[in-house]
Design a binder for this molecule. Structure first.
Ligand SMILES: Nc1ncnc2c1ncn2[C@@H]1O[C@H](COP(=O)(O)OP(=O)(O)OP(=O)(O)O)[C@@H](O)[C@H]1O
Length: 246
């Protein structure tokens, strides 16, 4: 479902990603964990075909990021922190316009909106203009918009950032419930407790390099630590704190 081979990316002299290799399967919620500047957003932008790597290769949903970017874009949904909504449209109108772009019929769109209303507790966001949304209302509609076409791969980049405990709970429950054969959710965050709660496996990025990959229990066993946070510190001890320079 997702395969990344020796991907590297530099910004000028700065190595944002260095030789990153891993794969993730359908049925998983795959965590990408790392502190600010670790390279998570750069990696996700490469997987979403929004940015080209300088080296290496990757395949998403069976297609190559360089050769078949259009096919990948049709099969992924992506949520990141900077996404806006048109202030004058209601949530329903936002979802309907995206559904049209993806070629859903009116009946399919209505059924999908009903399903997402149930799963994401969209409630009054559907008939309220986006300009009047709280942060939580906005993020729910952004997530619903990302999955309106029921993509096999969902990429969430710091999706819980800024959410209160109610909206965060809805998001984490949604991610849990999205786990299904043939479906992959990539959940990127710097918040260890979110990874502990929802992810089946986790890749830890630090300074642009993948420093470990495994199940939560596997990482705890390998480091002899009790929490992911303690394991993280044990793993990065002695490593440079920023992206390594060329
Ligand atoms: N367009 C750019 N030009 C120069 N440097 C960049 C650019 N984009 C990212 N970087 C640098 O690359 C490194 C990795 O950034 P990236 O946003 O991928 O990290 P991240 O793990 O997503 O961190 P955060 O959680 O802070 O967003 C950072 O040091 C960042 O400053």
């Amino acid at each position: 479902m997702l395969s990344v081979q020796q991907v590297g990316k530099t910004y000028g002299p700065f190595h944002a990603l260095r030789d990153v290799t891993f794969s993730a399967q359908g049925g998983e919620v795959f965590g990408l964990l790392g502190p600010n500047g670790a390279g998570k957003t750069t990696l996700l932008r490469i997987l979403a075909t929004l940015l080209r790597p300088d080296s290496g290769q990757a395949q998403v949903a069976g297609f190559d990021i360089t050769r078949d970017p259009e096919a990948i874009r049709a099969r992924i949904g992506i949520v990141n922190g900077g996404m806006g909504l048109p202030a004058r449209l209601t949530g329903r109108e936002v979802l309907q316009s995206f559904a049209r772009l993806y070629g859903l019929t009116r009946a399919q769109t209505d059924a999908r909106i009903t399903e997402l209303d149930d799963r994401l507790e969209l409630g009054r966001t559907l008939d309220t203009r986006a300009g009047e949304y709280s942060t939580g209302m906005k993020q729910k509609v952004v997530i619903a918009r990302a999955v309106i076409h029921d993509p096999p791969v969902l990429i969430l980049d710091e999706a819980a950032s800024g959410l209160d405990i109610f909206a965060r709970r809805t998001l984490l429950d949604f991610v849990q419930a999205s786990r299904a054969p043939g479906r992959l959710t990539v959940y990127s965050t710097h918040v260890m407790s979110e990874v502990e709660e929802v992810c089946d496996r986790v890749a830890i990025l630090h300074g642009g390099a993948l420093i470990t990959l495994g199940t939560l229990n596997g990482i705890l066993d390998a480091t002899g630590e009790r929490t992911l946070e303690r394991a993280f510190f044990a793993l990065v001890r002695g490593q440079p704190t920023g992206g390594a320079h060329v």
